[in-house]
Design a protein around this ligand. Structure first.
Ligand code: PLP
Length: 426
């Protein structure tokens, strides 16, 4: 090895992994076991008391999952990470460490639809309040902060329109409020944006999307930036107060700059239980090896498709931050210079019926509710994911009746354009 710090593509292939010490296996093995034998009674006691690191039970940790955790922590520039069963599991495990009934999470109004449901319904049922602010206006976050605010939650590239968030402006609000900034980096992936470099304290992912990248495995990741002082003002007792079940240790005091990742594991995963299957961790790890190649191709294809659509007579508007003149183009050049991602929306002159016809006539694009697959995907939000909203709410969330959302895959761009062209004519 040399003294050089490895680059992103090298980390994507190697970080966290080494040949298996007992068999020499070069690919990371799938440790498909629920539990791990202790060396002796003292070893068992020290593992249970958090005095030693090691494997106990796969709900709390597993060697395959550990490689995935170390790899994503390296790619995001965090101190540690935790893999969980899904992106939604990551969000609930993170907030469970920070929130008590009556506390408030302040969230960007533009979020993945499933997150809006989770925040609006499940979190309210936990007694957590949710306040909303406009991610295009950092001052709206500042105005919404209250003494009960415990966290700010945004997406780096936001659903459904692929808009780019000014992370640094909202990080400044979080710092002033003394609360952590949580960034959902699913649509960007660390290849495009590393939120920790812009002031994020915690990064979450749906690894189901671009990290895994092949539309075959659910997973979620939590990354700890190691930057936040959890003991300050005793605002986060889960991290700062003695833990009775662990002989009275204080998590922040004991684990320092990876305390948050530890809390998510030894309190969150332990008690809530959304562990990732080692098989899914293996699939996502394999996906990450080609993340830089795929992500660049996703972006290049998306730009070509957006350019085609913006000059098409059946299309009234294209929202893609990678197009010059788009309202997010300056933010894209600052935060995501390698490309604007693969997910965007466009509007059809023919309205609702034209949207339904388009998804019905496309042949290469798959009509389904996902993003971040190798395959190109399409959905008409007004008749599916957003059909429960009234017209005004549809428009506000970027899902007006004439809007179609695509997630551009890694096929040949000429084939994608030809498919869209035939479907728009049909
Ligand atoms: C899909 C998605 C989630 C939820 O992830 P799951 O793995 O489906 O639970 C959260 N945030 C964003 C931006 C997503 O695209």
């Amino acid at each position: 090895m040399t003294d050089r710090l490895p680059g992103f593509s090298t980390l994507a292939v190697h970080a966290g992994a080494q040949p298996d010490p007992t068999t020499g296996a070069r690919a990371t093995p799938i440790y498909q076991t629920t539990s791990f034998v202790f060396n002796d009674a003292d070893h068992a006691a020290s593992l249970f008391g958090l005095q030693a690191f090691g494997n106990i039970y796969t709900r709390i940790g597993n060697p395959t999952n550990a490689v995935l955790e170390e790899r994503v922590a390296a790619l995001e520039g965090g101190t540690a990470a935790l893999a969980v069963a899904s992106g939604h599991a990551a969000q609930v495990v993170v907030l469970q460490q920070l929130m008590r009934p009556g506390d408030e999470v302040l969230a960007a109004r533009k979020l993945y639809g499933g997150s809006i449901n989770q925040f609006t319904h499940a979190f309210k049922a936990f007694g957590w309040n949710v306040a909303w602010a406009d991610p295009d206006d950092a001052a709206s976050f500042e105005r919404a902060v209250t003494p009960h605010t415990k966290a700010i939650f945004i997406e780096s590239i936001a659903n459904p329109a692929g808009s780019i968030t000014d992370i640094e402006a909202i990080a400044a609000v979080a710092r002033k409020a003394g609360v952590p900034l949580i960034v959902d980096n699913t649509l960007a992936s660390p290849y495009l944006i590393k939120p920790i470099d812009h002031g994020a304290d915690i990064v979450v992912h749906s690894a189901t999307k671009f990290l895994g990248g092949h539309g075959n495995s659910l997973g979620g990741i939590i990354v700890d930036a190691g930057t936040f002082d959890w003991a300050k003002d005793n605002k986060y007792p889960m991290l700062s107060e003695p833990r009775p079940e662990y002989h009275g240790i204080r998590i922040q005091e004991t684990f320092g700059n990876f305390a948050f990742a530890i809390a998510c594991r030894v309190l969150g995963l332990r008690d809530l239980g959304p562990a990732i299957s080692p098989f899914n961790a293996f699939m996502i790890l394999t996906g990450i090896e080609t993340l830089p190649l795929r992500m660049q191709k996703h972006c290049d294809n998306a730009k070509a498709v957006a350019e085609f659509l913006s000059s098409h007579p059946a299309v009234s508007a294209v929202n893609y931050a990678g197009l010059p003149g788009d309202r997010y183009n300056n933010l894209q050049r600052k935060y995501s210079p390698k490309g604007a991602g693969a997910v965007f929306t466009f509007s059809l002159k023919g309205g609702y019926d034209a949207g339904v016809n388009l998804v019905s006539n496309l042949k290469l694009f798959s009509h389904l509710a996902n993003v971040g697959d190798t395959r190109s995907l399409v959905i008409h939000p007004a008749s599916t994911t957003h059909s429960q909203l009234d017209d005004e709410a549809k428009v506000r969330s970027g899902a007006a009746p004439d809007v179609v959302r695509v997630s551009i895959g890694i096929e040949d761009k000429e084939d994608l354009i030809a498919d869209l062209d035939q479907a728009l004519r049909a």
